[in-house]
Design a protein around this ligand. Structure first.
Ligand code: PBG
Length: 329
């Protein structure tokens, strides 16, 4: 008696394993999130994201040059806005000389060919820490969408290649697409956070930007009325199809690891590139376990990112991008 088929033959040496490997991650898969702060000479480590930093514009220049040399050619920009500039409608988001607008120009100056994507949502600018305008305990949809469209124009004007609306308001992709077309930004793309779940994994990111919903009366304490319920699947497909119909060039699923079933379903369903955001909490978990010596950092990083790509990601936003380059040698 012997097995008719021996699958172990294709696993029997490193050479054959390398030959038949189905999924290989490479530097061009990655989109590197960067956190920008006001000031000069600032490189502050984020407490809940070890070895990840908030950078002032001068250090942003250094960082993107380094990324470029490493083969990392796309960045996703976020800004930390001082409290004194925050209000309910995020008016600082439209400031032509605001931090985001300056950050876009800084990156393009340092590396003209770097692909620049920008986060579009009100939370870093909102005195209440919400992605939209708050009124009577509600997040106003249509009024928020208007600001998000203006914000997108402002980013396009500053030189962004893609805007990435992460707010989950209804109809924002169509409004942003129309606004970009009307203003002549026909080549500015939209990467829509299409299936963005209300997730506890965003905690460290909200520390990084000081953007968590505030605890005041008549302000919702969570984002459950606009981000998706993590129990839902069909809704993710519906959200994604709608964003594509409204003009999204790339759609995103977020967070990563807990949502790879959704990534695969969406990948099978749509024909635009699919992005996955491996979020701050996922990063923090690996760092914490590795620090304790409980997990092998590099091995776990490669396994998780390969799994994300295997599930169907064409683009991966990850805080581990530089680690991957180091690990791959
Ligand atoms: C803002 C935004 C968030 C993230 C990306 N854009 C936070 C949130 O929705 O509260 C999370 C990213 C991460 O956790 O790494 N709309």
């Amino acid at each position: 008696m012997y097995p008719l088929i021996r699958n172990r033959r294709l696993r029997s040496s490193e050479a054959v394993r390398n030959m038949v490997r189905e999924t290989i991650i490479s530097p061009s898969d990655f989109l590197v999130p960067l956190f920008v702060v006001e000031g000069k000479g600032i490189k502050e480590e984020i407490a809940s994201m070890p070895n990840y930093y908030r950078l002032s514009l001068d250090n942003l220049t250094k960082e993107v040059k380094e990324l470029w040399k490493m083969g990392l050619h796309s960045v996703l920009l976020f800004v930390k806005v001082p409290d004194s500039l925050k209000d309910n409608s995020g008016s600082e988001a439209l400031n032509e000389n605001g931090l985001m607008q300056l950050a876009i120009k800084t990156v393009k100056n340092a590396c003209p060919d770097m692909l620049v994507m920008t986060d579009v949502a009100l939370d870093p600018y909102s005195s209440y820490g919400h992605d939209g305008i708050v009124s009577n305990g509600q997040i106003l949809n249509d009024e928020s969408v208007e600001v998000l469209a203006e914000m997108s124009i402002s980013h396009a004007k500053a030189g962004a290649d893609f805007v990435a609306p992460s707010d989950m308001m209804d109809g924002r992709i169509l409004s942003i697409r129309e606004a970009l077309e009307d203003e002549g930004y026909i080549n500015t793309g939209i990467m829509a956070y299409s299936a963005k779940y209300a997730s506890a994994f965003y905690g460290p990111f909200r520390d990084a930007l000081d953007s968590a919903p505030v605890d005041i009366k008549n302000v919702p304490k969570d984002k459950n009325t606009y981000q998706m319920d993590f129990a839902n699947r069909f809704e993710a497909i519906r959200e994604t199809q709608m964003d594509i119909e409204e003009g999204a060039d790339i759609v995103m699923v977020k967070p990563g690891l807990c949502y790879l079933d959704i990534v695969r379903e969406i990948k099978n369903e749509v024909d635009v590139p699919v992005a996955v955001y491996q979020v701050s909490g996922e990063y923090a978990m690996v760092k914490a376990a590795a620090e304790k010596g409980w997990l092998n950092h590099d091995a776990v990083v490669m396994e998780q990112l390969t799994a994300i790509k295997r599930a169907g990601a064409n683009v991966i936003a990850s805080y581990f991008a530089k680690d991957v380059i180091r690990i791959m040698g």
